[in-house]
Design a protein around this ligand. Sequence first.
Ligand code: JFZ
Length: 474
Amino acid sequence: MKPILLILALATAAAFAADPIKSTEPTVAESSAQRDARMGWWREARFGMFVHWGLYSGLAGTWNGKAVGTNGGMEWIQQRVKADTDTYAAAALPKFQPVPGFAREWAKTAKAAGCKYLVFTTKHHEGFGLFDSKVGDYNAGARLHRDLVKEIVEAAHAEGLKVGFYHSLIDWHHDQYAYQKSKQLPHPLKGQPYPNGERDHAKYVDYLHSQVGELMSNYGQVDVLWWDYSALDFQGDEAWRATDLMKLVRARQPGIIMNNRLYRTREAGWASMGTEGFIPQLDTRFGDFITPEQHIPATGMPGVDWETCMTLNTTWGFSEHDHAWKSDELLIRNLADIASKGGNYLLNIGPKGDGSLTPETVKSFQAIGKWMKVNGEAIYGTTASPFAKLDWGRATRKGQDLYLIVFDWPKDGKLLVPLKNKVKQASLLAGSGKRLTSSSSDAGVTIQLPASAPDAIATVIKLTLSGEPQVITK
Ligand code: JFZ
């Protein structure tokens, strides 16, 4: 090596050593401070709307006039009935007729509920793109002469919402998607030979990269990319040329936040298959956050960003047969529970084939919005509870302020908070911040409450402490 090159190399190495770089390949080199800045809005947001919408929405869980099931993901209906893509499209396309302005209802519903971001399916496993693409004809541009992604992005931005793209890696339409390479990933024709002879999976991966390139270039700023999904036996570079794909995305959207579903390895936060297969560790080269699905982790994940995604009933895509709607109480308490553990709640809606929302969907989001209007301060921008467990509810934290979210109102009107601290002030968020009195003992701080709960679902008390919270552990 020439002396000048040697000096350059050493200087570069020294610079990297001085400022430890968390992630190198496949993401762009980024310091912890830069990463924190990039993740900032997402960590404060705490609540987002997820939307599953595609050709399956029009089928609504019904195939040939019969219910395919009354629960479970009906966005998988093509796989459930084992339809090839042509049969499926012939049945589903006529039923997918978005009304003008459909996306405005979604965005307004999200905004009024207190959501800070909206993540929606640009393409689900069925393979139908909601966008317009130069590299395929199975999309809204080609079939409906509309760019539904553009319509949704514009509606979200009009409400001041950040925007996320869910994009399926799995593809049940593309004729080169080599589904035999994985025993674990679903496909309607699984177990059957390819109907069109040998497949060249690299061709599918080229198509995937091209479409992701379009999505990252044609819609302005995209804040989240929600990949879905990989298997232990098929993931990462082998399955999707994931390193290159992430590089392409970061080059066009430097601030974007991505989940970890391009991979299925321990470093990427996965231990096994199944929706409970995640582990609380994540090398951020492989994604920014972990995605517990349909459940809330028992404890938080210190040092790891995570987001629980959940359905309102039991399906992601609309089904006319699914009536198992979660109660307002459960939804609001889930949001509080997740915030108390330091995570985000991505709550799903499944619009119908015309893009409209079910009355149950609207009602649930309105109830959350009503609660958030009074109590949002206890959710947004908070960090995890300092308490391992509380008998009566949950807590969140903002510096030296604690938010006590009471689910079970004490019958004797005394709320015991296991804290050594002196309380500067205690007040209710509901009813214009009524002050409450408190006293201290060896057991902790006792707050004197009104006889009945101002909010039967969850009442928030704001505690201002002097100093860092000091928790009494039994
Ligand atoms: C996936 C999708 O299949 C589903 O339709 C929905 O979009 C959801 C949000 O994400 O669900 C999964 C993902 C991974 C597993 C199971 C369901 N898994 O690893 O077994």
